[in-house]
Design a protein. Structure first.
Length: 348
């Protein structure tokens, strides 16, 4: 028998199981705050349970979505400002779910890093829990993967998985027709798409993340990390009020690619570009990069984060309801014969 020799441990290979267990204990209170009707148990099991009947569904259809945050993570990592990147993660998933007519019910996260830093990880997952709480969605599980050799220099990655439900027959889009009105809900900045372009523009500008923001208050990095807006509760309220035929989350592909996804063949979205003001962040990006308007519209949300396609005779009432829910609502166009998106007026 070999004596006097300390054998190699998993920690020696760069994976600290104790740190992972400590993280679970730290985030349990934040996860518990997201509990809702249907939640069963807590974190720590091999799987997570959810009771659809207890959530109030009698004949449910499940809807699932998965997404990430893209290279917005690079700014969060480089600046150390990781507190709201979890909100982005949740928003990118649950805003998609509600476009199908579904209520988000549960969320799981995947957090991968080279070395688990407890304080940083706690801040990230607390942000995820905050996004879940704000959208009525339970954080019921996840995975923290410590992978030395795969991620370097404090890098990490995030992925999110959301599951929602609706009663059978309540799926959207449904009933979209000529004359329907397009209601645009204001965005909170760039949200979580187009950041490879954003980072290139910042590089061209010669500014650092800690430079004063050229289009607003605070630092440039903090301004570009403004979290993606959560539209879930507002959109569900509008759907339940009646008259909503479809919803489009304005993500990758911008205003050009997303609205047609909810419009039947033979119809188009006619959008009046002068019906809302282009936010300063997009003005700065366009000016700094000398962007053509068409490229801007195909890359970014341009100030409209969600579009509701609604019956014309319900447009006023729904706009009032959404405004009362805290939304900035613009009547941006209508459904007309044609194909894709037809732009009127100018944005720049």
């Amino acid at each position: 028998m070999t004596t006097g020799h300390n054998g190699l441990t998993y920690a020696d290979a760069g994976v600290d199981i104790d740190a992972g267990n400590a993280l679970v204990e730290r985030i349990k209170p934040a996860a518990k705050r997201t509990n809702r009707a249907g939640t069963m148990g807590g974190l720590g099991g091999f799987g997570a349970l959810f009771d659809l009947k207890a959530a109030g569904y009698s004949d449910p259809i499940l809807v699932a979505a998965t997404d990430g945050v893209g290279t917005k993570l690079r700014i969060a990592i480089d600046t150390g400002n990781v507190d709201t990147i979890g909100v982005d993660l949740v928003a990118m998933c649950v805003n998609d779910l509600v476009c199908q007519g579904a209520e988000p019910l549960l969320f799981l996260d995947y957090f991968a890093t080279g070395k688990l830093e407890l304080d940083q990880a706690t801040r990230i997952i607390t942000g995820i829990a905050a996004g879940c709480e704000a959208s009525g969605c339970a954080l019921i599980g996840g995975e923290t993967a410590e992978m030395p050799g795969m991620y370097h220099g404090g890098d990490f990655d995030l992925a999110g998985f959301a599951v929602g439900a609706m009663e059978r027959g309540a799926d959207l889009p449904k009933g979209v027709g000529e004359g329907d009105v397009l209601l645009g809900l204001a965005s909170n900045g760039v949200h979580s798409n187009g950041y490879s372009f954003v980072r290139k523009v910042v590089e061209l500008s010669g500014l650092g993340w800690d430079a004063p923001c050229p289009f607003g208050e605070g630092s440039l990095g903090a301004a570009l990390l403004a979290p993606t807006r959560l539209y879930v509760k507002q959109a569900l309220a509008a759907i339940r009020a009646g008259g909503v035929h479809g919803l489009a989350h304005i993500t990758g592909g911008g205003l050009t690619e997303n609205p047609p996804r909810v419009i039947p063949e033979g119809l188009a979205c006619e959008i009046e570009l002068s019906s809302w003001n282009l936010p300063p962040v997009f003005q700065w990006l366009a000016r700094t990069a000398n962007m053509a308007e068409a490229e801007l519209l195909k890359t970014f949300n341009c100030g409209i984060g969600m579009i509701l396609v609604v019956a014309e005779d319900r447009a006023g009432a729904l706009a009032d309801l959404l405004t009362a829910q805290g939304e900035t609502v613009s009547r941006i166009g209508r459904v007309v014969p044609g194909e894709g998106v037809i732009y009127c007026g100018q944005l720049l």
